[in-house]
Design a binder for this molecule. Structure first.
Ligand SMILES: [Fe+2]
Ligand SMILES: [Fe+2]
Length: 246
């Protein structure tokens, strides 16, 4: 790896461009340099760089296999994935798409459409996450506290008026195709033969993001929502029982 050009390394493994970015090395700058040349230029230890690139390339922030699911831990994990999407992955893809020179794509029209469409998707996605965290997750954590006898049940009624859990769960299940527009624009992320390096990296990252997004949504659909609905049932039972007793 030490003597290979960065462009060559990324050509073989487009996913490693993100690892370079996580180490503060922006793609496509420096792509004509060998790793050793880059290290000389930035005064970096090449072994350190290679080891970190390999570790980052292997890391998977979505991976999570607890022995049992408890609401605060589920919410913590989901929020850490949101953070990864919003603070690392999407800014990287945004930077790539924003910097596309349309002449470097097989058709300039496609590049322009992507530059227009991606920021719209980005905005919608951030909105989805903000709502999820500020309303649905907050409510689920409160339900957990009520069941642990530590939450304010009055607040539960206040939040409940804002969050219809069953309806939100159904809508969440149905809205699993947020990237439909980008997928059809890029022909299911099929990169044309002989495409430029930047086009390959953009397609690879968009496809990877779609897969990650599906995994994340599935975890919300299969684990978070059923757990929250169950906590709500239990909390209701608990509240009506304590009302009868008083
Ligand atoms: Fe989410
Ligand atoms: Fe979601």
């Amino acid at each position: 790896m030490r003597n290979s050009e960065i462009g060559e390394i990324i050509q073989k493994d487009p996913g490693i461009a993100f690892a370079f970015y996580q180490l503060g090395i922006l793609f496509p700058s420096h792509h004509e340099l060998p790793v050793s040349g880059l290290c000389d230029k930035l005064n970096l230890d090449d072994q350190w760089l290679i080891r970190n690139l390999q570790e980052l390339r292997k890391s998977d922030p979505l991976e999570w296999t607890p022995s049992n699911y408890n609401m605060p831990e589920v919410v913590n994990h989901l929020k850490s994935v949101h953070k990864f999407f919003i603070q690392e992955k999407l800014p990287f893809i945004f930077h790539l798409v924003n910097d596309i020179d349309p002449r470097s794509f097989d058709t300039q029209e496609l590049a322009r459409d992507l530059k227009m469409l991606f920021p719209l998707f980005y905005e919608d996605f951030v909105h989805h996450i903000r709502n999820e965290e500020s309303q649905v997750f907050e409510y689920a954590l409160l339900l957990h506290q009520v069941n642990e006898n530590s939450g304010n049940p009055g607040l539960m009624h206040f939040l409940k008026s804002k969050v219809d859990l069953c309806q939100t769960a159904i809508e969440h299940l149905e809205e699993d195709d947020e990237m439909e527009g980008i997928r059809s624009l890029t022909n299911n992320f099929n990169c044309p033969e002989g495409a430029s390096l930047i086009q390959r990296v953009v397609y690879w990252e968009l496809e990877k993001f779609e897969k990650d997004l599906r995994r994340h949504s599935q975890m919300e659909n299969d684990i978070f929502f059923p757990l929250a609905v169950d906590l709500e049932k239990k909390a209701r039972k608990r509240l009506s029982k304590s009302l009868l007793e008083n």
